[in-house]
Design a protein around this ligand. Structure first.
Ligand code: ZN
Ligand code: ZN
Length: 251
């Protein structure tokens, strides 16, 4: 006889609130020390290149923290549902040691597929949200930070958060991904978002002028999106910006 797993609504709520708390804790635990290292120490001690001309204002940071906290409640919902489905055996996530070259090869390939899919989704929805009829109620909150700070890394209007939050959990239903890869990617995504909004370029100039800077989005690239409002719509890779002619300001 088949075994059926029943997901208890109460359990989903518990997981949902736990996820919300974890996302908020993760945000403060990662953003606060980076913000402190870049903005709270004498500039000559900071091993990075400053991009934002002005010091961040308290009002900007307050807005960034408020929107990021609201986003946490939105991002937690699909993640909680997928975690409960995983426990019930209903997703494509797997655990255990990857087997052989194929197993490890897929760990790398799946990481790239997830990042590229997220980058593609982000690029196109981001461009749509910049349409003048949509901007005000979908994406204006994020752009209140003309000179962003690390606290802006998760500051989205509710509609933007809803458009982005479901993608990776739904992919995890269909495209096999190791639970360790998923956790690593979540960490990479968070740190990438924090550094891209830091107001400082933390990568060495040599990297920015070399292969890394030509293909990967860093603060030098994304800061221009915040100051110019136009162009540089990508998330991780400059691929779509280059293909569509929206890449501005960098070589
Ligand atoms: Zn934008
Ligand atoms: Zn941004």
């Amino acid at each position: 006889m088949d075994t059926y797993y029943v997901i208890q609504p109460m359990q989903i709520w518990l997981t949902y609130f736990a996820f919300t708390a974890i996302i908020i804790a993760r945000y403060f635990l990662i953003v606060w020390p980076i913000h402190w290292m870049l903005w709270k120490r004498p500039a000559d001690k900071v091993k990075a290149r400053r991009l934002s001309k002005r010091e961040p204002t308290a009002a900007t940071i307050r807005n960034e923290i408020k929107l990021s906290t609201i986003s946490a409640f939105i991002y937690a919902a699909p993640a909680a549902i997928v975690l409960e489905l995983w426990k019930a055996g209903g997703t494509a996530m797997y655990a255990g040691m990857p087997e052989g070259l194929g197993g490890w090869g897929w760990v790398l390939a799946s990481a790239f597929i997830y990042l590229f899919a997220q980058d593609t989704w982000f690029y196109w929805t981001h461009r749509v949200m910049h349409h003048k009829k949509l901007f005000k109620w979908t994406h204006e909150g994020h752009h209140r930070s003309v000179q962003p700070t690390p606290w802006a890394s998760f500051s989205f209007d509710a509609i933007e958060a809803i458009s982005a939050a479901w993608l990776l959990p739904v992919m995890a239903l269909f495209i096999p991904i190791h639970v360790g890869t998923a956790l690593t990617l979540l960490m990479v995504m968070t740190i990438n978002a924090v550094f891209n909004h830091a107001g400082w370029e933390v990568y060495p100039d040599k990297w920015i002028k070399g292969w890394w800077g030509r293909h990967i989005i860093t603060a030098s690239h994304h800061n221009l999106h915040h100051t110019k409002f136009k162009g540089n719509y990508g998330l991780y890779f400059r691929f779509w910006d280059k293909v569509c002619g929206t890449d501005v300001g960098l070589v």
